[in-house]
Write a protein of this length. Structure first.
Length: 241
């Protein structure tokens, strides 16, 4: 998975003007027409999420899901809306990317957008029929868990930020046999609890001294936690390299 870093402020427009156009080609003639619509897609299905922690202690969440709802506007963007999206978000800094397909009736598009603190803005390209192409600015409020709200296709879509994708590795948090494990940089540590990425575990008295002495904030560790009386509790901790 790739790390994310902000390359420009949120005020920088990903696309200069919030507009969508449909271009038809018929008998050698070309026509261009403005298209605009709004959409909401908050019914979530097929959601899968993976997370990992970078060497800098930041959490990256990668989510794939299908979001359904409705769209309304000019005829080609009115009807049932289905969005198959993949998001990669640095949840520490709240920036990332969201890509996928947006379908409204017979209109089918592929989109790429920048995620910046709960808002996505980008472009969609596709077709509204066998002979009509669509190029659109799109924007919406977005949550990987809850979907898209206040979405716009053309019609004054919001300006967006810009991010760069830098190569680099991070280590997944995963579950095995009901336990949870994480490997990475310790972002919070005390004799009461320890956190790596999005996994926080209570520290039992038997491990409190070892955590306090050897696993302060900024160190790297492998941790394994189990549910004990309903609380994620540390059962094993080792140094990670």
């Amino acid at each position: 998975m790739r790390n994310l870093a902000v390359a420009a402020a949120a005020a920088v427009a990903l696309v200069a003007v919030g507009t969508a156009v449909a271009r038809g080609v018929e008998g050698g003639a070309q026509g261009v027409a403005l298209v605009s619509g709004t959409f909401s897609a908050t019914t979530v299905s097929g959601r899968s999420m993976h997370s990992c922690t970078t060497s800098a202690g930041k959490t990256i969440e990668s989510t794939s899901a299908t979001y359904t709802g409705t769209a309304s506007g000019t005829p080609h963007v009115t009807g049932r809306a289905t969005i198959a999206a993949h998001s990669t978000i640095d949840t520490t800094d709240e920036v990332g990317t969201v890509t996928g397909t947006l379908k409204v009736g017979k209109t089918q598009t592929h989109f790429s957008a920048v995620y910046d603190h709960g808002t996505v803005a980008g472009t969609a390209t596709g077709h509204t029929g066998s002979r009509t192409q669509l190029l659109a600015n799109v924007s919406a409020s977005f949550s990987a868990a809850d979907g898209f709200t206040a979405g716009k296709i053309g019609g004054g879509t919001a300006a967006g930020g810009a991010v760069e994708l830098a190569p680099g590795g991070c280590t997944p948090t995963h579950a095995q046999n009901g336990d949870r494990e994480a490997r990475g940089t310790v972002t919070a540590s005390s004799t009461a609890s320890i956190t790596i990425g999005n996994l926080t575990c209570a520290v039992p008295p038997s491990l409190g001294l070892a955590v306090e002495i050897n696993f302060g904030v900024g160190t790297r560790a492998d941790i394994k936690c189990s549910l004990v009386d309903g609380t994620e509790t540390l059962v094993k901790i080792d140094q990670s390299h």
